[in-house]
Design a protein around this ligand. Structure first.
Ligand code: 5GP
Ligand code: MG
Length: 151
């Protein structure tokens, strides 16, 4: 499966080290406050950019400090839609944490407060990121070979 990668960007050790650093930073920043983490399991973004919420009820967020966790900040449409939805429930604060952030212009006004790694405008897979439900289980993050991506 790793043969399907054009190149590896971050190997497992590099990712784990960075995750430890981010965890330490977040623990430090929220030392005196209780934190509610909301992990985005599947943004549900369609290619149209419309975000569909399949979950019926959102977790309790009123009056809480919220950290939204997602895999990658790309166009920003997903995270900005989620953020707007959460803001309606009046949390005390909202911050955003992503493993990866693409160095591109966002289509929606959102930035991440915690970023694992910045990458270029390339399609990456591995470490939870999939392409058509494949490659999620790769222990590294890499650029998928372009000929494998359907036009
Ligand atoms: P958005 O464009 O809304 O910022 O990103 C929406 C979602 O698209 C991300 O949460 C992620 O699931 C997916 N996505 C964006 N860029 C990539 C990429 O390079 N690789 C993979 N596997 N998924 C991506
Ligand atoms: Mg996602």
């Amino acid at each position: 499966m790793q043969d399907d990668l054009e190149r590896v960007l971050f190997d497992e050790g590099t990712i784990l080290t960075r995750l430890d650093e981010m965890a330490a930073q977040i623990s430090e920043d929220y030392r005196d406050r209780e934190l509610t983490v909301i992990a985005v399991l599947n943004g549900g973004t369609k290619t149209t950019g419309e975000v569909v919420f399949k979950q019926i009820a959102l977790p309790e967020v009123a009056g809480r400090h919220i950290l939204i966790l997602d895999d990658i900040l790309d166009s920003g449409l997903t995270l900005s839609a989620i953020r707007r939805k959460l803001e309606i429930a009046r949390p005390k604060s909202i911050k955003v944490c992503v493993l990866l952030k693409k160095r591109i212009e966002r289509l929606a006004p959102i930035e991440a407060d915690y970023v694992g790694f910045e990458i270029g405008n390339e399609f990456v897979v591995g470490y939870g990121l999939d392409y058509m439900e494949r490659y999620r289980n790769l222990p590294c993050v890499g650029v998928l070979r372009k000929e494998l991506i359907a036009a």
